[in-house]
Design a protein around this ligand. Structure first.
Ligand SMILES: Cc1ncc(COP(=O)(O)O)c(C=O)c1O
Length: 367
């Protein structure tokens, strides 16, 4: 029986590390520190340095990193936050959790990240306090254009780097260091993934970092003294921090291999009905390799017949999610909708073999 080429295979990713991870787990177990201990402190420092930021505050997951990050920038009831609608509700969920209003902005169809022209238009039409820039699929958004708009309109920029650990611009500046603060997820499938949930916020502002340390711990300004609204329990545990410390030095190599696979796809998939993304340089860490087609069902059926798995990231624009009913009935973003209807994710993870990559390419070209 022909083996399926999977979209992801975490066991392959983790098994070479199993003995190092097991030793680290034993050390944590024997240490007596399980929450906000030495591994968390060390990981925060190492990850901040790796990203090129001065501060890192770890939290329980990427969604809370987004929410607490927004709160640390002062987002609250009555605030307006611009956000794309093609990224599975993560940004929108955080905006709503803060009691703020989402302002949905269309994407640039060539990158699937926020379209600076659409953002300019939205910020000219209404006041926007913060913009969430999602570096979707691992591709750095057009940060020079977005930062110029931040100067023009006076909004703050918050980067969602959950899919873009290590993506850099031409000068080597990494995702997460352009705006006021940025969130990361360490969900197991991410480019840097723990063996459970995890997240972090990076910033160059010591005051923002201090606010975040308070928000992740009930809103305490000192033990048992709650001064900050919006606080909660959101902490990375010692085990996950110890695991992430083992993986961080390997991340650059994993990103390179992801990019190599993605660029082979972009070079070698030639089919009139499959639109591949542009080859990526350092600005693309290939978290997901996503093509567009007008016949998604047809392509997925064909791939499945060729024993190639595929997925859809993501099918429903945020403003069309059932929870909203008719609330955003009047909103329609053409590129977001076209993209949600056409995206298909192909297998792309560091441990994919060259033969498997060839099989995916042959399957696409043979459609
Ligand atoms: C772009 C983006 N933002 C935020 C998140 C949320 O991260 P988490 O699943 O750790 O809450 C994810 C993860 O799935 C994501 O892909």
């Amino acid at each position: 029986m022909t083996a399926i080429v999977p979209v992801n295979a975490l066991a392959r990713h983790i098994s070479p590390l199993a003995s190092a991870l097991s030793s680290a787990a034993v050390e944590v177990i024997e240490s007596g520190y399980y929450v906000l201990g030495p591994n968390v402190k060390a990981f925060e420092s190492e990850f901040a340095t790796w990203c090129g930021a001065s501060e890192c505050v770890s939290v329980a997951n990427g969604t809370e990193a987004l929410e607490l990050g927004l709160r640390s920038l002062g987002v609250k009831q009555g605030s307006s936050v611009a956000v794309v609608a093609n990224a599975a509700m993560y940004g929108t969920t955080a905006v709503l959790a803060c009691g703020a209003e989402p302002v949905f902005v269309d994407i640039d169809p060539s990158t699937c990240t926020i379209d600076p022209a659409a953002l300019d238009e939205a910020a000219s039409r209404q006041s926007i306090d913060v913009v969430i820039v999602t570096h979707l699929y691992g591709r750095l958004a057009d940060m020079s254009a977005i930062m110029a708009l931040a100067d023009k309109h006076g909004f703050a920029v918050f980067e969602d780097c959950a899919q873009a650990h290590g993506a850099k611009d031409h000068s080597g500046r990494k995702a997460g260091t352009f705006g006021k603060a940025a969130s990361f997820s360490f969900y197991p499938t991410k480019n840097l993934g723990a063996l459970g949930d995890g997240g972090a916020i990076i910033t160059n502002c010591a005051e923002t970092a201090e606010t975040l340390r308070q928000l992740r711990q009930y809103g305490w300004t000192s033990k048992y003294r709650n001064e900050l609204a919006g606080g909660r329990n959101s902490r990375l545990d010692e085990l996950q921090a110890a695991f992430l410390r083992i993986m961080l030095p390997l991340l650059e190599g994993w990103n390179d291999r992801r990019r190599e696979i993605a660029n082979r796809y972009s070079d070698e998939i030639h089919h009139p009905d499959i639109k591949v993304p542009a080859r990526g340089g350092d600005d693309f860490v290939a978290h997901l390799y996503v093509v567009h087609t007008d016949d998604r069902a047809g392509l997925q059926k064909h791939l499945s017949g060729a024993h190639v798995a595929s997925e859809v990231h993501y099918p429903i624009p945020d403003y069309r999610q059932p929870i909203f009913g008719n609330e955003f009935q009047g909103i329609s973003l053409p590129w977001t909708e076209a993209s949600c209807n056409a995206v298909v994710t192909l297998p792309c993870f560091p441990e994919l073999t060259d033969d498997e990559v060839s099989r995916v390419i042959e399957a696409c070209n043979g459609w």
